[in-house]
Design a binder for this molecule. Sequence first.
Ligand code: FES
Ligand SMILES: [Fe+2]
Length: 384
Amino acid sequence: MFINFWYPLGLSTEITGEKPFRAQVFGLPFVAFRDSAGAAHVISDTCVHRGGSLSKGKIKGDRVACPYHGWEFGGDGKCAKVPSLGEDGKIPARAKVDAYPVQERYGILFAFLGDLPEAERPPLYEVPEYGLAGWKSQTYVLNLGAYYQRSMENGMDPIHNEFVHPLQGTPKMSAELQRNQTPMEDIPWGSKFYLPFGEKRADTALAADRQGSRTGAAGSWYQGPNQLVTWIDLTATNAFHQYLFEQPIDENHTRIFFLNLRNWLMEEKHDKRVEELTLQIVNEDMALLENLNPVRTPDTNNKEILLPSDHAVFRYREHCREWESRGWRIDMKALKAKQGDVAFAIPCPARRESGNWVLDSVPLMPGQAAVQAHAKAATGIRSA
Ligand code: FES
Ligand SMILES: [Fe+2]
C-alpha cells in the first residue's frame, strides 16, 4: 500500500454536516465531515489527547468534537477548543492531528493520503465524459473481500474475460495477441493497452440495440496504484467507459467506487438491464478475486508464472516497485507488528512545515535513496 496518492473515502452523500463519517484506509482510521459552509474535510480519526475516535463524536459548527473529553478539531487538524481548560486556556501546541487535501469529484470524496506538496502530487484521474451530455453514468460501491492490487491486476488482464465471464459476449482477443506480449503504452503514472477486437463471439442480450458493425476496440489502463479505467468501444457510437477508484480498507478488504458510463441505451428502460449485466460481471470477478492464493500479490514475480499476455500486470508491478523506490510503500509488517501499542497516522503535508506531532508516522519501506545511503555507509565501514 502506498502513501502519496488520491484515495476515495466515501460517497459525497455519506459525508454530512450532522455526523462524522469514519473511513479506513491501509487499516488506519480517518474521519470525514462537512463544515458549516458544506466543505468536506478529512483528518486523522485519532484524538491526540488520549486516543478517542473522533468519528464517534459530534460535529460542532466547523469542527469535530471528540466523544471522550470534548476537544474540538477543525478541518485543518488543529485543536481549537479544550473544554476543561476554560475559555482562555492555552491549547497545547502539539494538539493537532493530520489533515489531508481533499477533492470532491464524481459524487465521491477523495483525500490525498501523503505529505507531498501540491505541485508534486500525482493527479486524481480525470473522467472526461462525467456530466457530459450524451453520456449516462451509474455509480456502484462494491465491497470486495480481497486485496486491492489483485483487483487492479484483474482489470489489467485481457485474457481472463473468456473464462470468468463466459456469457459476457465480449469479443475474444486474436490468437496472435494472446500469444504475444500485450502492447503497452506508458501514460503519466501508469500504463495502458487498447486493442482492436479479434474473433467475434456470441452476441449478448444487448446486441439488438447496437448500432453499426462491431469494429471497435477495448482496453484498460491504470493511473497510480488504485485507479483503473476500462473502455469497451463496441462501435464509434456504442461504448461503455468504466472507472474504478479503489480504497484499500486493509489487506483483505477493498471498497471500490465504480462509475459505469455509456453513450447508448440512454433511455431509462435500459438502466435495469445494463445494471444486471454489469453486476453479473462484477460478481464473477469478485468471486474469483476472493479466492486467490496468496491473498496479496507476491513480492517477486518468480512466485507465479507470468506469460507475455500478462504484460500489463507486469508493468503495473514495475510501477509499484518504482513508487516503492521513492519511499512511498507502507511497511505493513512493521505497522501490523506495532498496531495495538502505537497509534499511527499517514503523514500529511503539514508535517513538512512543522514538527511536534503526537502520532507516529506510518513505517515506510526504505526507498532508493535510503537503500543507497545504507550501501554507501556499509562500503565506508568496510573500506575503513
Ligand atoms: S481523548 Fe479526545 S478529548 Fe480526550
Ligand atoms: Fe473481469
